[in-house]
Write a protein of this length. Structure first.
Length: 398
């Protein structure tokens, strides 16, 4: 999804070796739909050319305050006004020092000084330069002036030293911008817990019982809630998915482990959304050694797992919003409404495995949102969109 459509991002690139990473950062932001303007310092042009950024952003890359053929009347003021966010990355010790003291002697520092929008800086330099008290003081001053500092990472630096000072990966930088600019922050300060994926119930050290859940729906909900400003905990069964950024992920394997995690987070949760496909039964005995095959057939004794959602419904605190999912292959609405009532839920998102495009593993879903008062049937849409509609409905009812 083009989550940054209509947003204007100014990237300030200064003269460090990590400047090359900004080509990918610019590309990712353009892909997210943002209007990206790049301003380079003179020194940055020695590491990467303006043409690279111009090709990726489809816009003129600005280097010098006094270029006369530029599209804006007073370029630094226009850009400063247009920007929804400025990210200075890599930010050298030199530019941090200038910004911390209000020095505006080139296009980048002038735009930053003139801008009222949110400003992020990602320092990248040699460890000794970073740890120098002067740089640390400048960083502290910038924080005081409202800059958000993206902490440099540790590792092997370009100078051959090992230590702190690396610019984070382009994905990390782009995600930071995304979190600030995407969506209204309608869930700011709200604590959302989401369960996702299947559970695995061990039979022996080699085998387990599970289901086809991919986790995509739950991960999409966690991501959407994060973009809306919520503090999100994602309790995930085994999946192949990358965790959404800025989400606290707790990985579990069995229904028992998922239950323990939900019990732990529930008192600090405002909205619990149970998208996980939890096993209803587990092997009554887990063999310590691999079960060896024999000539005769094998029957397995299974025992019930706890119904996590029903437990949450019985142990809810005031203000908690409880949303379940219901997967059926027949009598979708009737069965789902029974679950809504029996488990004491505020909402249940019902989906029929037999509807084309609504099954496990695919990127789309067709859900019907049932509440004690009524039902809202949503058409087939991407799981990302379905997550947004689900959260819209929850927000409208809280
Ligand atoms: N659920 C749960 N704990 C379980 C089983 C289910 O918390 N042990 C939750 C699921 O996360 C989901 C909801 O209950 O949000 C409904 O799950 P579903 O599998 O559709 O229904 P069940 O309650 O398991 O009933 P049935 O299998 O008979 O359809």
């Amino acid at each position: 999804m083009e989550d940054l459509r209509g947003k204007c991002v100014v990237l300030g690139v200064t003269g460090g070796i990590a400047a090359y990473k900004m080509a990918d950062t610019a590309r990712l932001l353009v892909k997210m739909g943002a209007e990206v303007h790049v301003i380079m310092t003179e020194n940055a042009t020695r590491f990467i050319t303006p043409l690279t950024f111009e090709t990726l952003t489809n816009r003129r890359c600005v280097v010098d305050t006094f270029a006369r053929d530029f599209q804006y009347d007073v370029a630094h003021i226009s850009l400063a006004k247009a920007a929804d966010l400025i990210l200075i990355a890599p930010a050298t010790a030199n530019v941090l020092a200038k910004l911390a003291h209000g020095i505006a002697d080139d296009m980048l520092t002038t735009v930053v000084l003139a801008a009222r929008c949110r400003k992020l800086a990602a320092p990248a330099m040699n460890t000794a330069m970073l740890e120098n008290p002067v740089t640390q003081d400048n960083l502290a001053a910038l924080k005081k002036y409202g800059f958000e500092i993206i902490e440099p990472e540790g590792g092997l630096l370009a100078c051959g030293d090992v230590g702190k000072g690396k610019l984070p990966a382009p994905e990390v930088l782009a995600d930071r911008v995304l979190r600030h600019l995407a969506r209204e922050k309608s869930l700011a300060g709200v604590r959302v817990a989401v369960t996702a994926g299947p559970t695995q119930e061990a039979l022996d050290p080699v085998r387990f019982l599970s289901n086809h859940s991919s986790g995509k729906m739950g991960y999409a909900i966690a991501r959407e809630a994060m973009l809306r400003g919520a503090e999100v905990t994602l309790i995930s069964g085994p999946t192949a998915l990358d965790a959404p950024p800025f989400v606290q992920v707790e990985r579990v394997q069995s229904a028992g482990e998922m239950f323990a995690a939900v019990r732990r987070v529930l008192p600090e949760t405002d909205i619990l959304i149970k998208a996980a496909a939890v096993a209803d039964y587990r092997p009554a005995e887990v063999a310590g050694d691999k079960l060896k095959k024999r000539d005769e057939d094998l029957s397995l004794a299974l025992e019930r797992t706890d119904d996590i959602l029903a437990w949450a419904g019985r142990n809810r605190h005031p203000g908690l919003f409880l949303c379940g999912f219901s997967m059926e292959t027949r009598d979708l609405l009737e069965n789902s409404r029974k679950k809504l009532e029996k488990k004491g839920l505020d909402m249940i998102a019902a989906n029929d495995l037999r509807t084309a495009g609504a099954g496990f593993g695919v990127d789309t879903n067709a859900i019907t949102l049932l509440t004690p008062e009524g039902a809202e049937e949503l058409p087939l849409m991407s799981k990302a969109e379905a997550a947004a509609r689900l959260l819209d409905a929850i927000e409208a009812r809280r």
